[in-house]
Design a protein around this ligand. Structure first.
Ligand code: NAP
Length: 202
């Protein structure tokens, strides 16, 4: 029988989530299984300073709550929404380390985000705070940044060609969203008139 894990293993899925979609959820689910995680925290950004205008953080957070509700391993976190100022991953991970000392953190990221990590605040400290797991499509090559040995793992996930940008464009074009994101999030977008061409509530 395998020895019981002594420390909790927590996945951290950071994102702008504008909106959250099934690609994010599949990625987190696959990494949770591959790394035997006890929990995955979905952490919507407060201020995605590198992305320009985004939908109000409370709407993005609400969609994350709806999307994560049905999976017992998934939880939504407000730590980045509540921190004032630009969202930096090093602050997210420092805060989680401080509040959850007896845990191992696994930061889950896609290839685009990983490709820019050299420019993130205090990148050298990031590698000390969490193990980084990059999700990639089967067969895709990936240039990993310079990092300490063993700091980054790569997990191949089923290719899901879904992006938040494409979903916002679909809303503007009046095309269906069903099955690209959880039903509750589809309803939330419609009810709150998010991503409308003009005059829609942001
Ligand atoms: P996002 O667009 O909402 O995406 C969230 C994550 O999901 C990304 O890693 C993204 O990978 C991945 N993803 C998107 N579509 C996917 C799909 N179909 N299948 C699998 N994975 C998919 O969020 P973001 O704006 O890139 O931000 C990601 C995190 O990086 C946030 O926590 C943010 O705070 C952090 N960040 C930190 C700094 C800093 O500290 N200086 C700077 C920039 C970002 P891709 O990136 O490959 O799309």
């Amino acid at each position: 029988m395998p020895a019981p894990q002594s420390r909790r293993r927590i996945g951290v899925m950071g994102g702008t989530f504008d909106p959250i979609h099934n690609g994010h959820l599949v990625a987190a689910s696959e990494v949770a299984a591959a790394f035997n995680l006890d929990e995955v925290l979905f952490v919507p950004t407060g201020d995605s300073w590198q992305k320009g205008a985004t939908t109000d953080a409370e709407h993005r957070y609400a969609m994350v709550v709806i999307a994560t509700e049905s999976n017992p391993l998934f939880r939504a976190s407000r730590i980045d929404v509540e921190r004032v100022g630009p969202t930096y991953t090093v602050d997210t991970l420092r805060e989680l380390r401080a509040t959850k000392p007896e845990t191992d953190l696994f930061f889950i990221t896609g290839t685009d985000a990983m490709a820019t990590i050299d420019t993130w605040k205090d990148v050298d400290e990031l590698w000390q705070l969490a193990h980084f797991v990059v999700v990639t499509r089967p067969g895709h090559s990936l240039d990993l940044p310079a990092a300490p040995a063993g700091a980054i793992s790569v997990v191949e996930i089923p290719a899901l060609e879904i992006s938040s940008t494409a979903i916002r464009e679909r809303v503007r074009a009046g095309r269906p969203l069903w099955y690209l994101l959880p039903d509750g999030v589809v309803s939330y977008i419609a009810k709150n008139e998010l991503y409308q061409p003009e005059g829609g509530h942001k």
